[in-house]
Design a protein around this ligand. Structure first.
Ligand code: NAG
Ligand code: NAG
Length: 228
């Protein structure tokens, strides 16, 4: 049986299901558009860069890696492939925070929430997440973060199955900075924005913990500046 969690936004949040305490078993997408202070120095800590774009209704001003202590926490654990791809705050093994699409999508951004990610075709987007103890040497390297990226604008798909069809790429979960406590180790990965017309699209960040555990969490709406 496969459990999956997901977050919908132009961003991703991740929930992980394990048999350990929820406080150390979840992660989420902390930033969807992380920009390094020095383009030649990849680093995921607060001193290494800044965040320009976030997931839907992502609360600002919280310490990095602390949102598992929020109520509700920033993670959504899906319950099967027919689960909603984004948390609606009601469904899932772990319901997480509401990441349903706003109408218009811009209403889920700004003010007390982080800004929407704005990007262009062929730009590089870097996503950041907290390790939450899962980047240590004894943790599997098979854990991947999957990036699903809608090819059309419009309503969010109803099921994860539909979102899975928009798979773009995967990246290693354990790509993290050294020297921080295992729970708050900052991690991340980058990818090139695929061809899309101008519009607002859903991006999902999804963490596959293992065969019986999937953590997912993220959809992102993005306004594309690129022309095709
Ligand atoms: C993106 O990059 C590809 C490959 O380099 C190029 O063919 C294409 O024209 C680029 N698209 C845009 C919108 O810049
Ligand atoms: C890795 O080691 C830590 C600390 O001993 C432990 O809490 C955790 O459960 C271990 N993880 C795995 C996958 O064995």
């Amino acid at each position: 049986m496969l459990f999956k969690t997901s977050t919908c936004i132009f961003l991703a949040s991740l929930a992980l299901f394990t048999y350990t305490s929820p406080t150390d078993a979840h992660s989420w997408a902390d930033c969807i558009d992380w920009v390094f202070n020095d383009p030649d120095k990849v680093g995921w800590g607060d001193n290494d860069g800044k965040c320009l774009g976030y997931a839907r209704r992502y609360p600002l001003g919280e310490e990095f890696g602390s949102l598992d202590h929020a109520n509700p926490g920033r993670h959504y654990q899906q319950d099967g492939d027919n689960a909603p791809p984004c948390s609606d705050g009601k469904h899932g093994k772990d319901v997480g925070s509401d990441e349903t699409r706003a109408d218009p999508p811009e209403r889920a951004y700004g003010g007390k929430y982080g800004a929407m990610t704005v990007t262009s075709v062929n730009d590089t987007l870097c996503i950041r997440w907290p390790a939450k103890n899962h980047a240590e040497d004894n943790e599997s390297n098979k854990l991947r973060v999957l990036i699903n990226f809608a090819s059309k604008e419009g309503e969010d798909p109803k099921t994860q199955e539909e979102v899975t069809k928009t798979f773009l790429l995967d990246m290693p979960y354990k790509n993290c900075d050294e020297g921080k406590v295992p729970d708050r180790r900052p991690c991340g990965g980058c990818f090139k924005v695929p061809p899309r017309g101008p519009g607002t699209y859903l991006l999902q960040w999804r963490w596959m913990l293992n065969k019986v555990t999937t953590l997912i969490a993220l959809f992102v709406d993005e306004t594309w500046g690129g022309d095709l």
